[in-house]
Design a protein around this ligand. Structure first.
Ligand SMILES: C[S@@+](CC[C@H](N)C(=O)[O-])C[C@H]1O[C@@H](n2cnc3c(N)ncnc32)[C@H](O)[C@@H]1O
Length: 220
């Protein structure tokens, strides 16, 4: 699956995407992640991508032209593409949305900054707006990383064992995973304190373990 990310801070992505599961999936050609500097499509010597808001008000607003030109160069809009504007006003992102988006061939993620993005980007260029939560961040870069990460995990082969994504939190809506434990069986953080692994997990009785796990899954 391919991701194209449009941002004025492309460097922010290198650390995250060059580690662990995402890096392995890129190396294994399961994912193709391309981060583009939006200023490449900005006009003028100063490569300005923002301007003052019409009607007045604080801060600056990102202009429509650089996004328009960038999407034209990237030939975004072909069958199998989905153009998504990261926005605090958008539809809430969830595991269900991640599963839906993993069916596209390519996601093009647009990262806003400053006071936001000229509304014509949402109206005419993006297929949808997504929010990663009810709070305001300084830019769309962290939201884009969140979307890439969650969607990438749904791409067959990216996460080692299919079972681990089938059973984890939110794979069923409103249900979160059972508690997990690993060695040591008994942990003593300080004298007189003992933290034990529940006995049932040490019993070797898979049927009982499965019943216990189901009982510990949380439903909202
Ligand atoms: C400072 S925010 C702009 C907030 C905007 N003035 C508002 O009140 O909705 C700058 C950019 O960060 C991104 N952003 C901020 N919070 C976000 C969130 N919760 N989900 C997705 N993107 C977000 C968007 O791309 C946005 O254009």
């Amino acid at each position: 699956m391919r991701f194209d990310i449009l941002t004025i801070f492309p460097e922010m992505f290198s650390g995250y995407f060059q580690e662990s599961i995402i890096q392995r999936a890129v190396a294994g050609k399961l994912l193709d992640i391309r981060v583009h500097d939006l200023r490449r499509w900005a006009a003028g010597k100063h490569r300005k991508v923002d301007d003052k808001p019409y009607g007045g008000g604080p801060g600056m607003v990102m202009q429509v032209e650089p996004f328009y030109e960038a999407l034209k160069t990237l030939k975004a809009g072909a069958k199998g593409d989905r153009v998504i504007l990261m926005s605090a006003k958008g539809k809430p992102f969830s595991q269900k949305e991640a599963r839906r988006l993993a069916k596209y061939k390519r996601l093009v993620l647009l990262c806003g900054r400053y006071e936001g993005v000229d509304e014509r980007v949402a109206r005419h260029l993006a297929d949808e707006e997504l929010s990663i939560g009810p709070y305001v961040l300084t830019g769309g870069e962290l939201p884009a990383m969140v979307v890439v990460d969650a969607v990438a995990r749904m791409v067959p082969g990216v996460v080692g064992k299919a079972a681990s994504i089938a059973e984890e939190s939110h794979s069923e809506e409103g249900v979160t995973e059972y508690p997990q434990y690993t060695r040591p069986e008994i942990f003593t953080p300080k004298k007189g304190k003992v933290w034990r692994v529940p006995k049932i997990l040490l019993s070797g009785d898979h049927a009982k373990v499965a019943v216990w796990r189901r009982s510990k899954m949380k439903r909202s």
